[in-house]
Design a protein around this ligand. Structure first.
Ligand SMILES: Cc1ncc(COP(=O)(O)O)c(C=O)c1O
Length: 444
């Protein structure tokens, strides 16, 4: 398998740069390593010490402000006062594990399930996207009696042992386990008929997993393919593959941790752009706008199989405070019309980035839906090869220029543009202006 640049390696701080760091930052980095240790990742050549957030802005300890086009957790805006107030009030009233009755959980579940296809009629609540994908794998395997899973080549679905196996972007060495089939999504841009090609890849995956004796339990994809480098179009390209998979008894798990809660603009969920009905939907990050909460929606009979086997309990999942945070998020998405804003600003971003693409030969592609865009960087002097070095240089230069952004993609050469859904036109213009400046500064 061709080496995939790990999602956790993208723009990761390296100790090799510690001597270049300001003394204050260097001391904090050392303290962190001496306490939380090597699994604690940091971003940027010189890590950032953030002390405050508001809407689309983050502020460092020196008072410098940064436009945040990276973070999709505070999706309705950093420290949204509605969420802050809802959490504080509920925290001061009651917060216990979820084995007592409380009304909030039913109201929230009903409201969220209303946004999903009718067949997805139950909502399980947890705290992280990893936990929801972990349960999705258990449901698929329990329901089908098969073990094999198809995932894309630079996918990231979380950090439990089972989920790491289906997250190729986390593998630092070795090859995927035998029961995991890798779908080479980066080749999709070369295809004349992406939908037919994707379906063919899934057919091949099912056959491979059957031949190896595992069978295919599920196709698990992030429906905007975030860590793979963002593949949104043509809308509907997943449909033939999902229909084929479901006709063979496999489950389609749509990981909505990234595209969910309105980010793609046209609806609450990324999968709806593809006209498919998932068997399981997993969600997290933006669900609580920073409050750790996640969920899994599925048909009741799937959950009954798991329950008959091991049961399930999650101490903090669906706690009164989590539900208060989640309810405030749904209210704000509706009241501030954030999906319409995601469509409007997303289209503006895309048009302007395409204009930049026409003027800078190193920008080779612009893709995306709503406020989730990917921009590829290439090296025109090397036959247009993907340029991860330039991407990293841009990420760090933009940071110096007051803009936070991240990278994605199999070769780490895609810039991921994913601002809070409340971003305004003037803030989009500021990004575009700084981005063009950084393209010039980092030119070879
Ligand atoms: C698509 C996707 N799924 C699942 C996860 C895991 O979520 P968490 O970090 O909350 O466990 C992530 C995290 O980045 C993700 O991007």
């Amino acid at each position: 398998m061709e080496k995939v640049r790990g999602i956790l390696d993208q723009n990761a701080f390296s100790m090799a740069h510690i001597d270049k760091a300001d003394a204050r930052i260097g001391a904090l980095v050392r303290k962190r390593l001496e306490t939380v240790g090597p699994t604690s990742m940091l971003f940027y050549e010189e890590p950032l010490h953030i002390v405050r957030g508001e809407r689309v802005w983050l502020f460092d300890d020196q008072g410098k402000r940064y436009l945040d086009v990276y973070n999709n957790v505070p999706s309705i805006g950093h420290c949204h006062p509605r969420v802050v107030q809802a959490v504080a009030e509920q925290m001061g009233t009651l917060n216990v594990h979820n084995r007592y009755l409380h009304e909030g959980i039913h109201r929230y579940a009903e409201r969220l399930l209303d946004t999903l296809p009718r067949t997805l009629n139950r909502l399980v609540m947890m705290c992280t996207g990893s936990e929801s994908n972990d349960m999705a794998l258990r449901l698929a395997r329990g329901w089908t009696g098969r073990q094999g899973i198809i995932v894309t080549e630079a996918a990231y679905h979380g950090n439990t042992a089972a989920v790491t196996e289906v997250s190729p972007s986390s593998y630092k060495q070795g090859t995927p386990p035998d029961h995991v089939h890798i779908l080479p999504i980066s080749r999709m841009s070369e295809q004349a008929d992406p939908a037919a090609w994707f379906a063919e890849q899934v057919r091949y995956g099912i056959e491979q997993l059957e031949a190896r004796g595992h069978g295919c339990a599920a196709l698990l994809v992030d429906s905007i393919f975030s860590s793979d480098g963002i593949y949104a179009d043509p809308a509907g390209f997943l449909k033939p593959a999902v229909e084929l998979l479901q006709s063979r008894g496999g489950l389609f798990i749509s990981d909505e941790v990234q595209p969910g809660f309105g980010r793609t603009g046209q609806g609450m969920w990324g999968f709806s752009r593809h006209g498919v009905t998932p068997d399981v939907v997993t969600m997290g990050k933006p669900m609580g706008n920073g409050f750790p909460m996640s969920g899994l929606a599925a048909r009741e009979e799937l959950l009954a199989v798991l329950n008959a086997d091991v049961g399930y309990f999650n101490t903090f999942g669906g706690s009164p405070v989590a539900v208060a945070a989640g309810t405030a998020v749904l209210d704000v998405i509706a009241e501030e019309d954030l999906m319409a804003n995601a469509t409007r600003q997303g289209e503006y971003f895309k048009r302007q980035l395409q204009d930049i693409q026409a003027r800078f030969e190193e920008v080779s592609d612009v893709r995306g839906a709503g406020l989730f865009l990917g921009l590829d960087l290439c090296d025109p002097t090397r036959d247009g090869a993907p340029d991860a070095q330039r991407t990293t240089a841009l990420i760090n230069d933009l940071k110096r220029n007051g803009v936070l952004i991240g990278g994605a993609g199999k070769s780490g050469s895609t810039l991921k543009i994913r601002p809070p859904l409340c971003i305004e036109r003037s803030e989009a213009d500021l990004f575009l202006d700084r981005f063009e400046q950084s393209l010039r500064t980092t030119a070879r």
